[in-house]
Write a protein that binds this ligand. Structure first.
Ligand code: GAR
Length: 190
């Protein structure tokens, strides 16, 4: 039986697309569902174009999480991947998927983490702080934003001349290079 991944995402979905493409060729693992908390998120169009089932779950249904839990059951999901997901994961899912929900953060946690630290806000803060390196953190999630156990980090230099956009581009390259592969290792080891 193939292991089934659900991806949760709120925005553009370039990471989601990389992950979907990686598992198209995998005999043991597939992306079975993409879920977004935003109806207009580009990630839903990407999933559609790639032939992956997708659902919009409105904000009100994330509070107790029961509707999402039922959705995970309907699609027999084994593992949940957050890829630019900007809402809180409900406790009911944390309990249903212990050590089976991972997130990617576009900086080296515990630096530049916490509520409000997402996407370009992170890269702006990294440049404003004069950091000489940044990177990505792949971690399990728990009930606190960006505080779950770290699985792996990957680093890249920040040059004095780098703009936040330049840093974002480097960080995205790290994400595409490593996130799908780490997910593969985790899911194949289940
Ligand atoms: C990614 O850089 C991801 O690390 C970040 O949002 C971006 C989503 O890009 N996630 C967070 O900031 C979570 N706190 P994408 O939609 O193109 O994959």
């Amino acid at each position: 039986m193939k292991r089934k991944i659900a991806i949760f995402a709120s925005g553009n979905g370039t990471n989601a697309e990389q992950i979907i493409r990686q598992f198209k060729e995998n005999a043991n693992v597939c992306v079975a569902l993409v879920v977004s908390n935003r109806q207009d998120a580009k990630v839903l169009q990407r999933a559609d174009a790639l032939g992956v089932p997708h659902r919009y779950v409105p904000r009100t249904d994330w509070a107790d999480g029961e509707a999402v839990r039922v959705l995970m059951k309907e699609f027999a999901i084994d593992f949940i991947v957050l890829a630019g997901f900007l809402a809180r994961v409900p406790d009911v899912l944390l309990h249903a998927y212990p050590q089976r929900i991972v997130n990617i953060h576009p900086a080296l946690l515990p630096k530049f983490g916490g509520k409000g630290m997402y996407g370009d806000h992170v890269h702006q803060a990294v440049v404003a702080a004069g950091e000489r390196e940044t990177g990505i953190t792949i971690h399990y999630i728990n009930e606190h934003y960006d505080e779950g156990a770290i699985i792996r980090q990957f680093r890249c230099p920040v040059l004095p001349t780098d703009t936040p956009e330049a840093v974002a581009a480097k960080v995205h390259q790290l994400e595409y290079a490593h996130y799908p592969e780490i997910i593969r290792q985790l899911v194949e080891a289940l």
